[in-house]
Write a protein that binds this ligand. Structure first.
Ligand code: WT7
Length: 566
């Protein structure tokens, strides 16, 4: 199943049909990610192999074979069909990282519906805007998150079913709510999988925009072709690997590589829902003999902070390949990991929109610490001039551009064709990041080309936070920018002017922070609120975040010629 060859060789005779052939797919065939991730692996004689090892708090552990995930995803699909869920309807997964999230994802895809995973820490407003925009018809959740759903259900006219996976019958379910216990459900062995084709929609992920509300990124079943091959070639997944992807499926890494790439490759994957601590993470690796680990810079920096000594308490010799994604992986982190694990983290770069890894440090390739590496075979990448959108010479900074046409590219922003179209200029897809290429063809990340804040690998829109801030009764105006942070690289900071009659003190700061945490999410919550008397504005009244940001980062303020008071 595995093709031998180095980066240059694969580059020279690359064709996406290498992936199609490995997966036994021919153009025009049915292609269903749910089937590829479970039934196909069973058909290959690996039904008894472990697909998922799950750990929860308090040492709880559950194990599922490929045959288990095949049958349980059938059961979930069948249950949803029984509720009247139709192909292409959106089914939201609003769950902690529990087995039902992973297996439910396959079940939704098997009936041709669209999976819409959302981070379970989202507050009711974050949840509401995404369910409203997607016109979601069913939501799968847990008792502990039901309160948030109940508070917004009256404002979601398309929502018909609320499925509770851990109902314990202690308090009665309400109208529209129904219990489904996966582990106790009847296993369905024969199930008619909906005949999805390459372009049938599969997953809808929401990502933050600079000016508007979050955008739904629509993916299709054909994305599997990219996700499978990058999992094989970049993450280096092989038959006997025990794999751990630390990302939550509320974000694209957790679906593309925390479900699809992993299970389509037939490896055993480990998932935990125990929160972060260096001890807990190392123990997890040691206990399950994890060999391939895909994580994120913020986690790596947190491990660095915990120190080298704690590493010595564990046997981590099972580790074979380490990769990272989501935000800049600083050179120090790569060097540190090489020192303490004997293995460097391989940085990879991509986006919700690209659906799979675009640029990476390929296994076996010389790593230049701090660089994102080189484009995946079949991906044409360039650095473009920001005015002409023409490629610029080596060493010069500009916008990243990708030539459209790889299998996992988003097909649309949900109900937002205008914004989708604006992402393509001069024949290039523009991800909105700045970088340069060095003499050897390595890409070096510089920064985002917009105001979006990347905190711990998660994108937060300053616009969304500002909109939520002014809903607080004391807030008159606000401007939200990033400020530097060792672990999260950047965190959210808000500048706020208060309405008359309110006092700028610590209590007010905490009250506003809490307000945002509940409304949006813990990630979007400002880590600091600075009360000010006024905000810098352009003559036309637009708040200049750029000035506040430069101040936070100790940078030159740049052109302020359009500033109000100059
Ligand atoms: C944005 C995409 C795709 C996985 C999770 C993030 C930033 C991503 C890197 C990297 C520097 C990176 C970019 C990108 N980003 N990977 N290796 N080095 N920055 O998906 O939420 O859509 O965020 O994250 O700014 O555009 P996402």
């Amino acid at each position: 199943m595995h093709i031998i060859g180095n980066y240059e060789e694969r580059l020279s005779n690359f064709n996406w049909n290498i992936s199609e052939k490995e997966l036994g797919y021919k153009p025009g065939d049915n292609i269903n990610i749910g089937w590829y991730c479970s039934d196909r692996i069973c058909n290959m004689g690996k039904g008894d192999k472990l697909a998922l090892i799950w750990e929860g708090l308090g040492g709880k552990e559950k194990r599922y074979t490929y045959n288990d995930i095949r049958q349980y995803s059938n059961s979930i699909g069948n249950f949803l069909q029984g509720l009247g869920v139709k192909p292409e309807e959106r089914v939201c997964l609003f769950l902690d990282r529990i087995p039902e999230l992973y297996i439910g994802f396959l079940g939704i895809l098997k009936i041709g519906a669209i999976a819409q995973p959302l981070f379970s820490a989202f507050g009711e407003e974050s949840l509401h805007v995404r369910l409203e925009n997607a016109e979601t018809t069913a939501i799968i959740t847990q008792k502990k998150h039901l309160g948030k759903v109940r508070r917004i259900v009256a404002n979601l006219p398309h929502l018909r079913n609320i499925i509770v996976v851990d109902d314990n019958a202690k308090s009665p379910l309400q109208d529209m709510e129904v219990a489904f216990n996966m582990d106790e459900s009847e296993r369905i062995d024969k199930f008619e999988i909906y005949p999805t084709k390459a372009e049938s929609p599969s997953v809808l992920h929401y990502t933050s925009g600079t000016t508007g509300m979050p955008k739904g990124v629509k993916h299709v079943h054909y994305s599997l072709i990219s996700q499978y091959l990058t999992a094989q070639w970049v993450l280096d997944l092989k038959e006997n690997d025990i794999y751990w992807c630390t990302a939550d499926p509320g974000w694209v890494t957790g679906t593309s590589y925390g479900i699809i790439g992993a299970w389509a490759s037939g490896v055993t994957q480990c998932v935990n829902d125990i929160g972060f601590s260096a001890d807990a993470w190392y123990r997890f690796i040691e206990k399950h003999k994890i060999s391939v680990w895909y994580s994120a810079p913020t986690a790596i920096r947190s491990l660095m902070k915990a120190g080298e000594k704690v590493v010595m308490n564990y046997d981590l010799s099972s580790l074979r390949h380490l990769a990272s994604v989501g935000e800049p992986l600083n050179a120090e982190a790569v060097i540190w990991s090489e020192k303490v694990f004997g293995l460097p983290f391989h940085d990879s770069y991509w986006q919700t929109e690209t659906g799979s890894i675009m640029i990476s440090n390929y296994p076996g390739m010389r790593i230049k610490p701090g660089s994102m590496g080189k484009p995946f075979p079949g991906i044409e990448a360039a650095i473009l001039n920001q005015n002409t959108y023409e490629p610029i010479p080596v060493g010069q900074a500009g916008l990243i551009g990708f030539r459209p046409g790889w299998p996992s590219m988003m097909r649309m922003y949900w109900n937002n064709e205008e914004t989708y179209k604006a992402k393509f200029v001069n024949g290039w897809y523009i991800p909105g990041d700045r970088a340069y290429i060095d003499q050897d063809g390595y890409f070096w990340f510089i920064g985002r080309d917009d105001d979006i804040i990347n905190t711990g690998g998660h994108l937060v829109s300053p616009f969304e936070v500002e909109s939520a801030l002014i809903e607080h009764p004391a807030v008159a105006e606000s401007a939200v920018v990033s400020k530097p942070d060792f672990v999260n690289m950047e965190v959210v900071k808000a500048f706020v002017t208060l309405k008359t009659g309110y006092t700028a003190d610590e209590e007010m700061e905490l009250q506003i922070m809490n307000f945002i945490r509940k409304k949006l999410s813990p990630l979007a919550m400002p880590q600091e609120i600075e009360f000010v008397n006024g905000l810098p504005k352009t003559r036309s009244g637009k708040i200049m975040r750029r000035i506040l940001k430069a101040q936070e980062w100790g940078e030159e303020i740049g052109d302020t010629s359009s500033l109000e008071d100059d």
